[in-house]
Every structure is written in structure tokens, then in C-alpha cells.
Design a protein around this ligand. Structure first.
Ligand SMILES: O=C(CO)COP(=O)(O)O
Length: 124
């Protein structure tokens, strides 16, 4: 089963919810995991089933990173806020790095998220 992580910082959270809604049928075929607050919003605002980690600043990014290292994720959509510093920047960098180490597709904006989701569909 394809496993996808969905993460967004506060500012782009509405964009991620909107993205999830517009791809709801495809995403409902996948096992989804999200960081705490992102997952809460997705569960409240879509019909998707989403497993939740801790919130990002409380270790959620590291939990997603551990899943990457364990080979448990096929792709990550992570809408970062490029205009605001985050208190847990080291955790975010670690997540991006571990995706590169394990060659896991990672989309950090909506345009690349569209490519990623299309790629996952074609890979099935
Ligand atoms: O901070 C995050 C990613 O770095 C996201 O965490 P939340 O989904 O808990 O807001």
C-alpha cells in the first residue's frame, strides 16, 4: 500500500487542505500520515483517514523522518512557509536530508505536489 505523508506549516495549511480535497479520491487509496495539527485539519475538513504524529515543533517532523529511514513512506508533501522562521528548523532540515538520503520524493510547494501525486498515480 502506498504511504504518503502530508505536512504544512500554519500559513500554507489551507492550501494543503484544498490540495487534499481536490485529490481526495486518489489520496483515499493511500495510507496517509500527517504531523499533528495538519492531520487534525485534514481529518476535520476532508473525509480522509489520516494517522497523526506529534505536532511538528514537538517532534512530528522527526517522526516522519524516522518513517522515511524505516522505508515506510513513498512520498512526502510538505508545504513549508518560506517567509517565516520556525523554532524547529533543525528538525525540518533533518527531514529534508533524510528524504534525500533515501531518495524519497518530497514536494515542498503546490506545483511540485501536483507532479508528485501524478507520479504516484502513474507508478501504481
Ligand atoms: O511544523 C510542522 C512541520 O515542520 C507541521 O506541524 P503541525 O502539522 O503540527 O502544525
Amino acid at each position: 500500500m502506498t504511504r504518503v505523508a502530508l505536512i504544512a506549516h500554519d500559513e500554507p495549511k489551507p492550501d494543503l487542505v484544498e490540495f487534499a480535497r481536490s485529490h481526495e479520491e486518489q489520496l483515499s487509496d493511500y495510507e496517509l500520515v500527517a504531523t499533528g495539527t495538519t492531520g487534525k485539519r485534514l481529518v476535520a475538513e476532508t473525509d480522509l483517514e489520516v494517522e497523526r504524529t506529534e505536532s511538528g515543533p514537538y517532534g512530528g517532523d522527526m517522526m516522519i523522518g524516522a518513517a522515511v529511514a524505516d522505508g515506510r513512506l513513498d512520498g512526502i508533501i510538505f508545504l513549508r512557509d518560506p517567509l517565516r522562521a520556525q523554532p524547529h528548523e533543525p528538525d525540518i532540515s533533518a527531514l529534508l536530508r533524510i528524504c534525500d538520503v533515501h531518495n524519497i520524493p518530497l514536494a515542498t510547494n503546490l506545483s511540485s505536489a501536483e507532479f508528485l501525486i501524478e507520479g504516484l498515480e502513474n507508478a501504481e
